[in-house]
Design a protein around this ligand. Structure first.
Ligand SMILES: C[S@@+](CC[C@H](N)C(=O)[O-])C[C@H]1O[C@@H](n2cnc3c(N)ncnc32)[C@H](O)[C@@H]1O
Length: 204
């Protein structure tokens, strides 16, 4: 089972461990929600308490695997006991977690996560997303979210978070009318004059 994580993440040097370390340093969040996670368990190496959600077939076997649990125990970067929950379901449906109980939502290549699970994010909590499937564009048009910083991937271990010249980001290249509905239909992010590896929004 662990071979899936190796195949899609560690062997490709695409774990994004540097991003999670930066998020921890900057925001020190406690509870993390990661819908559309597939086998991306890197957050559990950095954060003790993570809830994962994915509907892909057999994903639950990965999260139940002893080998995966042992890998996390061996590789984790904190001393607290690891808490992991995995829900094998569509993240658009309710999950058995309290509303406004998470400090961070992670959204990476998994669709419109920010919109679907917004109710579980605390006010003041953050959405860490990229724009590959349009989630950042969607959040930028949502009055409940405000862009607070962007992140730049330098290497898998090295990410930088910057709020410098934030107003220069997320300016559409073309003057065509884009709506939340049109983003949803195309599942594509808006092309911007200046883009970043990813974006961090705060829930108002
Ligand atoms: C391209 S993978 C990305 C996985 C992971 N986030 C990463 O960065 O490696 C997208 C994942 O999102 C999941 N996904 C997409 N829509 C979903 C939904 N509505 N409910 C649950 N999972 C979903 C898919 O099953 C798939 O495992």
């Amino acid at each position: 089972m662990l071979n899936l994580y190796e195949k899609y993440h560690s062997k490709k040097e695409y774990t994004s461990v540097g991003l999670f370390r930066e998020i921890k340093k900057r925001f020190n969040p406690k509870r993390i929600l990661y819908p559309g996670c597939y086998v991306h368990i890197t957050p559990s190496l950095v954060f003790p308490d993570v809830v994962y959600v994915d509907s892909f077939r057999n994903t639950q076997k990965f999260y139940e695997s002893l080998q995966v649990k042992e890998f996390i125990e061996k590789s984790k970067e904190y001393s607290e006991k690891t808490k992991i929950k995995f829900y094998h379901q569509d993240y658009n449906k309710d999950i058995p977690e309290d509303r406004e109980s998470f400090d961070v939502i992670i959204s990476q290549y998994g669709g419109f996560v920010g919109k679907a699970v917004k109710k579980y994010l605390k006010k003041g909590g953050i959405l860490v997303c990229n724009n590959s499937h349009g989630d950042a564009s969607m959040a930028s048009m949502d009055p409940d979210y405000a862009l607070i910083t962007v992140y730049i991937r330098r290497s898998d271990e090295k990410f930088s978070i910057s709020s410098k010249n934030l107003q220069e980001y997320m300016i559409p290249k073309k003057k065509v009318k884009v709506t939340r509905k049109s983003i949803e239909e195309t599942t594509k992010g808006i092309p911007y004059t200046k883009s970043s590896s990813g974006y961090v929004f705060r829930k108002k």
